[in-house]
Design a binder for this molecule. Structure first.
Ligand code: ZN
Ligand code: ZN
Length: 133
């Protein structure tokens, strides 16, 4: 006998977990590669990072497309967290991970985790006109 469950908090939590892990994995992947390719310096202010402070050195995507990760590192730049922040402010973009704008919405399951958000758009009737009865 099976009890049918509606999508529960648990289920959502699991999906969220998977998403998080996925992102973390991918980020760790290209960060590590970038750290192998480049000297451990901030490309903007030139400060050097090593040991525990190395985590303050982050990977910036030159074209701001986080999905664009050519293995030769041509889209990456190592920036310290301060310069990285500044870089994104300059571009008027929300943060690069723990973004400030995202913080406000964090308590609610946002559109980020709504797999149907895109569906809405797709199934929306394309022609509203006509049907004047
Ligand atoms: Zn810097
Ligand atoms: Zn960046």
């Amino acid at each position: 006998m099976k009890k049918r469950k509606t999508p529960t908090e648990q289920e959502r939590e699991r999906i969220r977990d998977e998403l998080r892990r996925d992102v973390a994995l991918r980020q760790r992947g290209y960060r590590e590669r970038a750290l192998q390719l480049f000297p451990h310096l901030c490309a903007s202010c030139g400060r050097a990072f090593s040991g525990a402070r190395l985590k303050e050195l982050t990977v910036h995507h030159k074209d701001h497309d986080h999905a664009n990760n050519p293995p030769d590192g041509s889209n990456w730049e190592l920036l310290c967290i301060y310069c990285h922040d500044h870089e994104h402010e300059k571009q008027g973009m929300a943060g690069y991970g723990n973004g400030s704008a995202a913080d406000n919405a964090r308590s609610e399951p946002s559109a980020l985790f709504n797999p149907f958000a895109a569906l809405d758009v797709r199934t929306a009737p394309e022609s509203k006109e006509g049907k004047t009865n």
